[in-house]
Design a protein around this ligand. Structure first.
Ligand code: SF4
Ligand code: SF4
Length: 416
């Protein structure tokens, strides 16, 4: 199936007089796109973004780009006619959303960023980080124009379903596991090899759980990924409860391995020691407080129409969070864990079974990555929209308290 390409590559057309020009996505690389436009003589009127918090985050963008960030649903009122440069990575999603608002003039920034000189401008992020973001942006746009290319910006590698915390509303559904387990390094690395053989590129590898540091094989997995993908960034998502061993940390390439520490206050009992250790070995990390989660962890059969499930999927902000769990590749952590828990009926349409001998894996990957408009598992999910204040395609409670602990496993309906 070929997707109709509505996005134009010829950016010069935007130098001609016409409707105001908006950059889609208040993401870090948008700054570079705005700079390149200015250099090239293209006048930008504003940014837009589907996440409401981004339109409140005007200050950050104003300081550097002197442009307003508009919440995308408000665009038709503010700019009934507009032309768009799509700076964010989910090109087809943006086209579908904006086409729904009646717009039809879209451009890729590929020509602008192809030879962008990062050192010529100041950015809110480091030059090295901007270069990496732009490299990913170029790959996603090239993959949009080439139907045969399968590119995954990032993949979540679930190394365990065990967690040292038990958060009531864990979006990875840890609160439902009665018998959580680690996955063996060998199985994970073999599955990753099969994925590698069937995709054209992966830029980021995210090691997650549960708490990934509970699986003693985590450091070996990181090292092996690093060897196979010397350009790939590796992010380890941890809750700051378990201190990694110094021997493990010091063997890592400090430019490629990064820790993302979610700080649950007193519960993250080793977070301070962890940051000391990472500082000592010059390993980059981000430590941020757990706050303001979107309620998305209930499992319930909604029995929606196909159209309604397509809408839930369309609004979903994690539908590109490719998740590897127990030899199967999924499009999001909800379906991955709901299927693993057997909290939804087994349906091969929900995943690619990497160890299946019968199937054409490449074809299956293409279905998962490029073709699917929703998955059977979406019918069991309340949704996880970019804008949780909107009821379109969402049936959850909106923003909820993060990290609230439960003492017991939460029961659910088991599908045999
Ligand atoms: S720390 Fe909480 S949110 Fe994170 S994986 Fe564990 S249970 Fe889930
Ligand atoms: S099940 Fe569907 S709607 Fe829910 S998080 Fe996954 S992709 Fe999004």
């Amino acid at each position: 199936m070929t997707i109709e390409k509505k996005v134009k590559l010829n950016i010069k057309l935007l130098k001609e007089k016409g409707a105001p020009i908006i950059i889609v996505g208040a993401v870090q690389e948008s700054e570079a796109v705005a700079n390149a436009c200015r250099d090239f003589g293209i006048v930008i009127s504003a940014f837009c973004d589907s996440e409401p918090r981004k339109s409140k985050d005007i200050l950050r963008m104003e300081v550097l780009c002197d442009l307003e960030v508009i919440h995308t649903p408000s665009l038709p009122k503010r700019y009934p006619n507009a032309r768009f440069i799509i700076a964010c990575q989910h090109v087809q999603d943006v086209v579908e959303q904006l086409t729904g608002y009646g717009y039809d003039d879209f451009y890729s920034p590929l020509e602008l960023i192809e030879n962008y000189n990062v050192s010529k401008f100041e950015h809110t992020v480091s030059s090295l980080y901007m270069e990496k973001r732009l490299a990913v942006c170029k790959k996603t746009h090239k993959s949009y124009f080439d139907d045969n290319q399968i590119y995954m910006r990032s993949i979540d590698i679930m190394v365990t379903t065990k967690c040292s915390l038990k958060c009531n509303n864990c979006s990875n559904l840890m609160q439902y596991y009665t018998s959580p387990e680690h996955t063996e390094d060998k199985k994970i690395l073999e599955a990753l090899k099969i994925i590698d053989e069937n995709v054209d590129g992966i830029s980021e590898f995210r090691i997650i759980g549960g708490e990934p540091l509970m699986n003693k094989g985590w450091a070996n997995i990181v090292t092996k990924i690093n060897e196979r993908h010397p350009e790939g960034q590796i992010f380890i998502y941890t809750n700051g409860t378990i201190l990694p061993k110094e021997d493990q940390i010091k063997s890592f390439d400090s430019k490629l391995v990064n820790f993302i520490i979610t700080d649950y206050g007193k519960l993250s009992r080793n977070a301070d020691k962890m940051t000391d250790l990472l500082n000592k070995h010059n390993i980059s990390y981000d430590r941020s407080l757990a706050q303001g989660w979107v309620d998305c962890s209930s499992i319930k059969h909604h029995k929606r129409s196909i159209e309604d499930n397509m809408e839930v999927f369309k609004q979903c902000c994690v539908k590109y969070v490719y998740t590897l769990l127990e030899g199967k590749l999924y499009r999001c952590p909800f379906i991955a864990n709901a299927a693993n828990l057997r909290a939804i009926p087994d349906n091969p349409a929900n995943y690619v079974d990497l160890f299946s001998e019968k199937k054409n894996i490449k074809q299956e990957m293409k279905r998962l990555v490029k073709v699917a408009k929703f998955f059977p598992g979406c019918d069991f999910c309340v949704g996880r929209p970019y804008d949780p204040t909107s009821s379109v395609g969402y049936d959850g409670k909106g923003i909820i308290e993060a990290g609230e602990q439960v003492s017991q496993v939460i029961p659910y309906k088991l599908y045999e």
